[in-house]
Structures are given as C-alpha cells and as structure tokens.
Design a protein around this ligand. Structure first.
Ligand code: NI
Length: 167
C-alpha cells in the first residue's frame, strides 16, 4: 500500500468531472486500498478519487471510531433526497477550514461495491452529509464553493497565503 498525494484547493484538477468506473480489477482494488490508507493517515472520514488526482467515480467513507468500517461507493447516484440538515464540514483538500453547509437530511444512494455488486443505501445525519460532500468532488465541486461569495473569497485568500508560506 502507499500513501497518495492529496490535491489542495484551489488546484484546478479538483474541478475535473470524474468518469464511470467499468473495470473492477486489481488496479481499482489497489487504488481503494491506497486511498483508505491515505484517508486514515490524514486522518479523515471521507475521500473521493478526484482528491488524489484519479478522475473516476469512486469514493470511500469510514465513520467508525476504530477505523475498521470502510464503505466504498463506486458510480454512486443519488436516487432521492429530502429534508435539510446543517453540518460543519471540513475537507482534506481544504485543510484548516470548517464551515457550516446545508445539505439534504435524508438520501437514498445507489452504487456498486468494490467487486462491482450494486446496492442501495438510505442514509441520514453525518453519513448523508459525507456522501453528498464526496459525490460533489466527483462532479468537480468543493464544499467551500457553496458558501457566500464573501466567505469564499476570504477562504481562497487565506489558502493562497498559506500555500505561499509553505513553498
Ligand atoms: Ni472533501
């Protein structure tokens, strides 16, 4: 296994739209394992392939304390959503920034597991938030882009300043 490099906002590659996964072979299995290792090391609770510069429709989530309940969503599709929930979100691609975002409170998602087997899942709370956040990544969207212009501009300024400092 290997740790992967996580792209940091405002890297343009975070705006790429991911394509459907069709091959469920060893290459995909390796990427899932590497992404899981990268997410646990960060540490984080969710990671989309887009964030490691692999532009395929795959994301992973693990909300467990013990970090032993990896959920893999391949080619995820939201079938239904309702209600509203506001949660504080962060992102491994936007380090140090936490902001309240409004999302659907209940969702039903259809996806494939790491072997390609389809499943439907109904989610609420943190899992619902996380799935929506990660699917946004696959569509080239990052959570800070949901904020007001003013807040968004302030965050981008801050990130650019920090990136310059770290160069
Ligand atoms: Ni994120």
């Amino acid at each position: 296994m290997a740790l992967l490099n996580i792209l940091h906002y405002p890297d343009e590659r975070l705006h790429k739209i991911a394509s459907q996964v069709r091959e469920f072979g060893p290459e995909l299995q390796q990427l899932i394992d590497d992404m899981a290792e990268t997410m646990y090391a960060a540490p984080g609770i969710g990671l989309a392939a887009t964030q490691v510069d692999r532009h395929i429709r795959m994301l992973i989530i693990d909300l467990s304390e013990e970090k032993n309940a990896l959920q893999v969503f391949i080619n995820p599709e939201i079938l239904s959503m309702d209600g509203e929930i506001v949660g504080e979100e962060g992102c491994l691609s936007v380090p140090g920034i936490y902001e309240e975002i409004t999302r659907a409170a209940h969702i039903t998602v259809r996806a494939q597991d790491r072997q390609g087997k389809p499943f439907d899942l109904t989610a609420e709370g943190l899992l619902a938030i996380c799935i929506q956040h990660e699917i946004d990544h696959l569509n080239g969207k990052v959570f800070v882009e949901k904020l007001s212009r003013l807040k968004f501009n302030r965050i981008v300024q801050k990130l650019k300043k920090e990136q310059k400092k770290n160069m």
